[in-house]
Design a protein around this ligand. Structure first.
Ligand SMILES: [Zn+2]
Length: 219
């Protein structure tokens, strides 16, 4: 099974991807990790990516595509993979199709984790990080014993600038704009499966695995 996970920040797709890859033995390919891995390993394409990252610039599509393709096509074969955070736009999606058809393979399903703005904002703006030891907290899901103070080391908790309400709303807007034609592209190919990601982690996971099982039977 070759699967893509799409979804805005706050949809919880990273958590779902981690669980699914562990339970089903799928290779979890998270773009962020793959990028860092290639840069650390100093592969040719990793070195290309590093030039942009050192400048704090966005790594261009063609470099990201090459890095993901390198990972998918490792050992000259396609794997049972789960792509998380890729493709991010139509260009990358088309490049992915090309890579896969070169390996005589294809995508089986694209899950879109749909989340309301309200839920995403509540999930993302509630995150607090300790300024001392880096422990993570969440206002609703994992509150500290004393508000604003780390349970473990007693230092002050901070919110990341990325997690302020206005910034989160802006990130959601940008995401919707970037992915509208991507979603359309997969919908037309009959690959898109929408998941209501407003619900809790367990319910969402059950829906995903049920969908995968029914696809497996159809094959
Ligand atoms: Zn701490």
């Amino acid at each position: 099974m070759n699967v893509v996970f799409l979804g805005p920040p706050g949809a919880g797709k990273g958590t779902q991807a981690e669980t699914l890859s562990k339970q089903r033995g799928m290779e979890h390919i998270s773009t962020g990790e793959v990028l860092r891995g290639a840069v650390d390993a100093g592969t040719p394409v990793g070195l290309r990516a590093r030039k942009y990252m050192e400048k704090g610039a966005l790594v261009p599509d063609e470099v990201v595509v090459d890095i993901v393709a390198e990972r998918i096509g490792k050992n000259g074969r396609c794997k049972n993979f789960l792509l998380d955070g890729f493709p991010r736009n139509l260009n990358q999606a088309k490049a992915l199709d090309k890579t896969l058809s070169g390996l005589k393979d294809r995508l089986d399903v694209v899950f879109y984790f749909a989340v309301s703005e309200e839920t995403a904002v509540s999930r993302l703006t509630g995150r607090w990080i300790c300024s001392g030891c880096g422990s993570n907290y969440h206002q609703h899901y994992m509150p500290p014993r004393k508000p604003g103070v780390c349970d473990k080391c007693g230092k002050a908790l901070q919110q990341r600038p990325d997690d302020k309400v206005e910034t989160v709303k802006e990130r959601l807007k940008v995401y919707r704009k970037q992915t509208a034609d991507l979603i359309d592209y997969y919908e037309k190919q009959g690959l898109l499966m929408k998941i209501n990601a407003d619900r809790d982690v367990k319910e969402v996971y059950e829906e995903v695995t049920k969908a995968l099982d029914s696809l497996n039977r159809e094959r």
